[in-house]
Design a protein around this ligand. Structure first.
Ligand code: PGA
Length: 242
């Protein structure tokens, strides 16, 4: 596990974007895994800069996102697909047909939807670099603390703490969807390289548990200790309890 500590969230973004750019330079048709939330935004801004300056070309890249709310289609402003379009995909030359966000259409056969998503990733050769954030409770994607590590892409029900954390993006806490589709821990662990970004001292306890604590599904991110190529990119606040 590599731990890299930066002065600011912007510096994390610059460094993480360089990892994605170098991946694309080495393997233009790579699979990239993306995350939503506030922490990845500086990374996306820098990826756009590297595209505009002609350094990174995303025309052959395929993308997969970690998760999606159930109940919103991709045009809904609170959907994660919409978030990704606004914050990254509309500003780089990734092809529309190469963008994958698991569908959160209500009343679907979620088991089938999840299985098909994982199979698509596998059939294209697996994710080369997966970007992750981390929740205050140690969740990754929507894999909440639990008594077991989840497997493939599946339906999840949000915990109160996640609803509480995500309500800042909505008018009312009641508007936060109660369920989502999320890549499972096993799907995430299959990525060849993982970059976890985290900024702010409010994440210090989660980072400490993930990096130094026991490997337990009570802190889903702790499983990353077993991954052969994971880099935690932190600011001083997030790293303050290490
Ligand atoms: P954040 O979310 O980047 O908005 O803090 C991360 C997460 O909850 O996974």
């Amino acid at each position: 596990m590599n731990i890299r500590i930066f002065k600011s969230a912007d510096d994390i973004g610059k460094a993480a974007a360089m990892i994605f750019a170098s991946q694309v330079l080495q393997k233009p048709n790579c699979l990239l895994g993306f995350a939503t939330g506030s922490t990845p935004l500086p990374t996306y801004r820098q990826m756009i800069e590297l595209y505009k300056s002609g350094i990174a070309d995303y025309s052959s890249v395929t993308t997969f996102n970690l998760d999606e709310y159930i109940g919103f289609d991709g045009n809904h402003p609170q959907s994660y697909r919409y978030f990704m379009m606004q914050n990254l995909f509309n500003h780089i030359n990734v092809k529309q047909e190469n963008i994958n966000v698991v569908s959160g259409i209500p009343n679907s056969n979620f088991e089938e939807v999840g299985k098909a998503y994982d199979q698509k990733i596998e059939s294209l050769g697996g994710i080369d670099v997966q970007l992750l954030g981390i929740g205050h409770n140690g969740h990754v994607a929507f894999n909440e603390p639990s008594d077991h590590f989840s497997n493939g892409t599946h339906q999840v029900f949000l915990t109160n703490s996640t609803i509480e954390a995500n309500k800042r993006f909505f008018e009312h806490a009641d508007d936060v969807p109660r369920s989502a589709m999320s890549m499972g821990i096993a799907s995430i662990m299959k990525a060849r390289n993982i970059v976890l970004v985290s900024a702010g001292s409010d994440k210090a306890t989660a980072i400490q548990a993930a990096v130094e604590g026991p490997i337990t599904p009570e802190c889903p991110a702790s499983i990353l200790q077993l991954h052969p190529s994971v880099t935690f990119m932190l600011d001083e606040g997030a790293a303050s309890k290490l």
